[in-house]
Write a protein that binds this ligand. Structure first.
Ligand code: ATP
Ligand code: MG
Length: 430
């Protein structure tokens, strides 16, 4: 016997039934996707669909050579033509690439959204996978803090729609412009170099490559050193301070609570000014469900005209997991109407089902297929949770009728086939 082929570690099947490994069903995913689409509609954002594979230099240049993603996490390989290509680890780089390629940011503003799988070679654990899904929003051409505020208000509305406002909290920071950040970096490196022996190994390494990332180190001994480190806030330029103040004013007026976290620096290189994360305590270590910020320099970095930009991405696995831990899925039914027939009436049953679907467009109409006794088909109808079973035996076909059995009460009624759509429309619950 040949060995069984399984899915790649960290790449999950999403199924219509809950399993031990993946309790979250496709129904849950669809419910979340529906809310997200409606949210985008309400704010007037447009969808963009992007390739999953891009040329490797795009990510190296956009995300930064010394970030975790580029150093350790990318699925990069040579294609048959000898080009280095990469499965996208995030959506922003590809979105900017597409906007430049098609002139979408030329003399105009854009409000865009996308959703789909992303790939990172990480150690799989709860809330962290190798193929995962993001829902992302990117805006271009707007430099003032109004649009930063709009995005945060939008995410706050999303949590309200999903019933999650009580379990997520907003953390906010500003990174300033690159000149002020550079001055701060120098001061930070000078300070940390004096305490290098007290830093963890990762942080020692980052001192030369990406010193700002040391700020979000979880190591206690590094944290202790950081307690007296210089603060980015003291190095910020006037424009960035003003921008941050305007953003905070809108959030305060809208009643969106947040904490300013000076250690929030984000893992990607391209951010400036505003950065934010929505965090939960309900998922263990993988607590960030949404992360974003401003990246005014990225479009130029990828070869375009200077274009201010701000966006965010939601980690959908973490979001659906969070919903699943808080709310039981209450509707596990599979059908609203279930058609039961006999070997020599199944064809009429299939046609009747088609007819019903023409007018009862919002109901799930399922025909029993695969044969079996009437009695067993009725049991199956019960199992699906349908409201009604429609029985179409020889007798009914001969008389051009159908027997409707209401499965909650057991009540039965014969109805003329010509009247069945009207009858059901009047008697079915929502
Ligand atoms: P983390 O600190 O958790 O590694 P990150 O800073 O690498 O996150 P981003 O690149 O900002 O994450 O991606 C945005 C969001 O995508 C994250 O907040 C998270 O919800 C989700 N995400 C990132 N990596 C993964 C992953 N490997 N599996 C599942 N979700 C992920
Ligand atoms: Mg990461």
């Amino acid at each position: 016997m040949s060995a069984k082929i399984t899915a790649i570690r960290g790449m999950n099947d999403i199924l219509p039934i809950p399993t031990k490994d993946n309790p979250v069903t496709t129904q849950r995913w669809q419910a979340v996707e529906k809310v997200l689409r409606q949210l985008m509609h309400q704010y007037g954002y447009k969808e963009i669909r992007l390739p999953i594979v891009e040329n490797t230099p795009l990510f190296k240049r956009a995300i930064g050579e010394v970030t975790d993603i580029v150093e350790k996490e990318m699925y990069t390989f040579e294609d048959k033509g000898g080009d280095s290509v990469t499965l996208r680890p995030e959506g922003t780089a590809g979105c900017v690439r597409a906007c430049l390629e098609h002139g979408l940011t030329y003399n105009q503003t854009q409000r865009l959204w996308y959703t789909g799988p992303m790939f990172r070679y990480e150690r799989p654990q709860k809330g962290r996978y190798r193929q995962f899904h993001q829902f992302g929003v990117e805006t271009f051409g707007m430099k003032s803090a109004d649009i930063d505020a709009e995005l945060i208000l939008m995410t706050a509305r999303l949590w309200r729609e999903l019933g999650l406002s009580e379990v997520v909290r907003l953390e906010l920071n500003t990174l300033g412009e690159s000149a002020s950040r550079q001055a701060y970096k120098d001061a930070l490196v000078a300070y940390l170099s004096q305490h290098i022996d007290s830093l963890d190994e990762d942080s020692k390494r980052r001192l030369n490559t990406n010193p700002l990332r040391i700020l979000d180190s979880k190591e206690a001994k590094t944290q202790a050193v950081l307690a007296n480190a210089p603060q980015l806030f003291d190095y910020l330029d006037e424009d960035s301070l003003q921008h941050f103040a305007s953003l905070r004013a809108v959030l305060d007026a809208a009643g969106v609570a947040y904490t300013v976290n000076p250690c929030l620096v984000r893992g990607l290189d391209y951010y400036n000014k505003t950065v934010f994360e929505w965090v939960t305590n309900a998922l263990g270590a993988q607590g960030t469900v949404c992360a974003g910020g401003r990246y005014d320099g990225l479009v130029t970095q990828l070869g375009g005209q200077a274009t201010p930009a701000v966006g965010f991405a939601v980690g959908l696995e973490r979001l659906v997991l969070l919903l699943d831990t808080l709310q039981q899925q209450n509707d596990s039914s599979e059908a609203d109407i279930y058609l039961v027939s006999e070997a020599n009436t199944i064809n009429q049953a299939l046609l009747l089902a088609e007819l019903l679907r023409n007018s009862l467009t919002n109901y799930r109409i399922v025909s029993h297929c695969g044969g079996g006794q009437f009695k067993n088909q009725l049991k199956r109808a019960d199992k699906t949770g349908a409201q009604a079973a429609l029985l179409l035996g020889e007798h009914e076909v001969a008389e051009q009728k159908v027997t409707v059995k209401w499965l909650q009460t057991g009540e039965q009624q014969q109805v003329n086939q010509a009247d069945i759509c009207t009858y059901l429309a009047q008697h079915l619950g929502a």
